[in-house]
Design a protein around this ligand. Structure first.
Ligand SMILES: [Zn+2]
Length: 211
């Protein structure tokens, strides 16, 4: 039996799971052009890094020292470092959660979220133009789509998190349905969504969800 359709995407979803509107084009473009947002996300990442540093090594509780590594995501922001630490005792690397980098993807996390959402929210022609502006290959976008609807939906993270949403989030239009739920047209909504996804961005969590 089909699960009940989320209230949020009622009216957006067609019976085959697609969405027929121009929903979200403005938020997507506004956010991707917002330099203040990029600065804010970097600041959130610094806070997440500081919290991880204070916690110490996850393996041996040893003291952590800064061991950032180079990471230049495509698709807008001019970030160049992923904040990371190394343990002074066991020497292992501890990489904190991030609102900027979604796992090992070469595009910034917000690009993966917003453009994947637009693939449900816009007509194919508009999606193609958006893709071309950001130089995202159609196979890449297809992989993202499969990831959201497959690995993400099946992950232990989502199985646990989904019950927190009322009304429930439609899993056929992810991540557009999550964008609607978090009201990502507002900056704090988008940061909230990226913060929600942040547990998926550590290398350990990433293993289950690797593309
Ligand atoms: Zn250690």
């Amino acid at each position: 039996m089909e699960p009940p359709q989320s209230l949020l995407c009622r009216g957006f979803c067609s019976p085959n799971g697609g969405v027929k509107t121009t929903l979200g084009e403005h938020w997507c473009q506004n956010h991707l052009a917002d330099q203040q947002l990029y600065l804010l996300l970097e600041k959130v990442d610094l806070d997440l890094a500081e919290a991880a540093r204070q916690l110490g090594c996850l393996y041996c509780a040893g003291k952590l020292y800064r061991g950032d590594y180079e990471r230049k995501p495509r698709g807008g922001p001019e970030w160049d470092l992923r904040f990371s630490f190394c343990c002074s005792q066991c020497r292992r690397r501890c990489t904190p959660e991030s609102v900027r980098f979604l796992g090992r993807r070469i595009y910034a996390g917000l690009v993966v979220v917003l453009v994947s959402a637009m693939a449900h929210g816009l007509k194919p022609e508009r999606v193609r133009r958006l893709r071309e502006t950001l130089q995202i290959d159609h196979r890449t976008l297809e992989r993202w789509r499969e990831w959201w609807l497959g690995l993400f939906v099946g992950s232990s993270f989502w199985k646990e998190a989904r019950s927190r949403f009322a009304p429930p989030v439609c899993t056929k239009t992810l991540p557009l349905s999550l964008c609607l739920s978090f009201q990502v047209e507002r900056t704090d909504g988008l940061v909230g969504l990226l913060r929600f996804l942040a547990p998926l961005t550590t290398p350990w969590a990433g293993k289950e969800l690797v593309m």
